[in-house]
Design a protein around this ligand. Structure first.
Ligand code: CAA
Length: 385
C-alpha cells in the first residue's frame, strides 16, 4: 500500500528503522530477559532527535503530529514492543501538558522532554480504578498555594524512570468524574516514592511501577487546566494517544509476519519449504491482509487527528481495538508457523506474542474500548432519528 508519506515523514521513518535494526534488534532479547530499562537506547534516540518528534517547535521540538509519532512507534515496535512503549509512554506523559498546560508549564517541562533530559509518564490507573477511570481515590487537597496528595497509582508505565508525572487525582470526590483534576508531580518531591517494579508477561524491558503519594506537597501552579477538568484531560489525552497503541500493534505484527515469512521459506518439511504448503500460505495471506487493514485504519485516524478534527473518540478507539486484536492474532499465527521453534526463546516470535497482548489491555481494555465505540455509534443513531 502506498501511504504517500511526505519527505520529512520518510526520513523520520527511516531514522527510526535504522535505530531499530542497528541498535534495538541486537539487544532486545537480552533486555527482555533481564527486564532492564533501555536507558542507552533512550539516550541514543534523544541524540538522534527522536524524542523531539511530538513536541511543538516553540518548545524545542520538531512539531510532529499524531501521524509522525505513530510512524516512529511502529518502526520501534517492529523490533521491540518494550522499548517502543518506553518511548511512546514518554509522549503520553506530556500530552496532557501539550493539550491543556499553561504557557509557563509548557516552557518549564516540554524542552526538557524534547532534549531527552527528562522522561515523562501519565498516571490514572489505581487498584480500584482500571476500566472505571473515574473511580480514582488518590486525593489532592488544596492547602494555601499547594496541593497535598495522598494515594497510590498502579501499573504506571515509565514509573520510577520518568522525572515528570502527569497525575489525575480527586480534588472533590463528591463530584465524581467532575471532581477530578490533573497535576504535574516531579520525581524527588518529598512524599512521592515508587513501589516495586512489576514483573510482566511482555514488554519486559519497559518499567511499570506504583507511584505512592504520602502527604506529598505539590505547588498549586502545577495544576493542569483547572480543578474539575482532570477526567476530561485524561479522556482527551487517551483519545489522542490510542492510535499510538494501534501503531505499536501494527509494528509488532509486522515484525512477526516478517519472521514467519522468513522461517516458512527456509523450513523444509515433506521435501519442500513449508511456504509451499497451502495451509501456511493462507495463514500468511490472512496475516498480511489484516495487518494492512489495521495499518490503514491507524494511519487514517492519525491523519484525521492531525487535520484538526474536533472529536475523534470513536475513530481513535477503533484504531486501537482493531490493530491490537489483529496483532494478537498475527503474532499467535507467527508462533504457530514457527511451531516448536516459535515457542522457544531463541526465536523472536514468542516475545512478540507476549508483547502484543498488552496492546489489548492498556489505554483501555478492548472490552471498555468496545463500550466507548458503542456509545458513540448509538449517539450517532439517536441524532439521525
Ligand atoms: N472526551 C471528552 N469528554 C469525555 C470523553 C472524551 N473522550 N469521555 C467522557 N467524557 C466526559 C463525558 O462527556 C462526561 O461529561 P459530563 O460529566 O459533562 O457529562 C464525563 O466525561 C464522564 O463521562 P462518562 O460518564 O462517559 O464516564 P464513565 O465513567 O462512564 O467512563 C470510559 C467512560 C470511556 C469507560 C472511561 O472510564 C475510560 O476511558 N476508561 C478506560 C480507562 C483507560 O483507558 N485507562 C488507561 C490508563 S492509561 C494507560 O493504560 C497508559 C499506559 O499504561 C501506557
Amino acid at each position: 500500500m502506498e501511504y504517500f508519506l511526505s519527505e520529512q515523514q520518510k526520513t523520520l521513518k527511516s531514522l527510526a528503522r535504522q535505530i531499530a535494526e542497528q541498535r534495538i534488534l541486537p539487544v532486545r532479547a537480552e533486555l527482555d530477559e533481564k527486564e532492564e530499562f533501555p536507558w542507552d537506547l533512550i539516550k541514543e534516540m534523544a541524540s538522534s532527535d527522536l524524542l523531539r518528534v511530538f513536541i511543538p517547535e516553540e518548545y524545542d521540538g520538531l512539531g510532529g503530529g499524531c501521524f509522525d509519532l505513530c510512524l516512529v512507534v511502529e518502526e520501534l515496535s517492529r523490533a521491540c514492543g518494550g522499548i517502543a512503549i518506553s518511548y511512546a509512554a514518554n509522549a503520553l506523559g506530556v500530552l496532557p501538558l501539550m493539550l491543556y498546560g499553561s504557557d509557563s508549564q509548557k516552557a518549564k517541562y516540554l524542552p526538557a522532554v524534547a532534549s531527552g533530559n527528562r522522561l515523562a509518564a501519565f498516571a490514572v490507573t489505581e487498584a480500584t480504578a482500571g476500566s472505571d477511570a473515574s473511580a480514582i481515590r488518590t486525593s489532592a487537597k488544596r492547602d494555601g498555594d499547594q496541593y497535598v496528595l495522598n494515594g497510590t497509582k498502579q501499573f504506571i508505565t515509565n514509573g520510577g524512570e520518568a522525572e515528570i508525572y502527569t497525575v489525575v487525582v480527586m480534588t472533590d470526590a463528591a463530584k465524581g468524574s467532575r471532581g477530578a483534576s490533573a497535576l504535574v508531580v516531579e520525581k524527588g518531591t518529598p512524599g512521592f516514592t515508587f513501589g516495586k517494579k512489576e514483573k510482566k508477561m511482555g514488554i519486559r524491558s519497559s518499567a511499570t511501577r506504583e507511584l505512592v503519594f504520602r502527604d506529598c506537597r505539590v505547588p498549586a501552579e502545577n495544576l493542569i487546566s483547572r480543578e474539575g477538568m482532570g477526567f476530561i484531560v485524561a479522556m482527551r489525552t487517551l483519545d489522542r494517544s490510542r492510535p499510538g497503541v494501534g501503531a505499536q500493534a501494527v509494528g509488532i505484527a509486522q515484525g512477526a509476519l516478517e519472521a514467519a515469512v522468513e522461517y516458512a521459506q527456509q523450513r523444509v518439511q515433506f521435501g519442500h519449504p513449508i511456504s509451499a504448503i497451502q495451509a501456511v500460505q493462507h495463514m500468511l495471506a490472512n496475516m498480511a491482509t489484516e495487518l494492512e487493514a489495521a495499518r490503514a485504519l491507524v494511519y487514517a485516524t492519525a491523519r484525521t487527528i492531525d487535520a484538526g478534527a474536533k472529536s475523534f473518540t470513536e475513530e481513535s478507539a477503533m484504531a486501537k481495538l482493531f490493530a491490537s486484536d489483529m496483532a494478537m492474532r498475527v503474532t499467535t499465527d507467527a508462533v504457530q508457523i514457527l511451531a516448536g521453534a516459535g515457542y522457544m526463546r531463541d526465536y523472536p516470535v514468542e516475545k512478540m506474542m507476549r508483547d502484543a497482548k498488552i496492546t489489548q489491555i492498556y489505554e483501555g481494555t478492548n472490552q471498555v474500548i468496545r463500550s466507548a465505540i458503542a456509545l458513540e455509534v448509538l449517539k450517532r443513531k439517536a441524532k439521525l432519528e
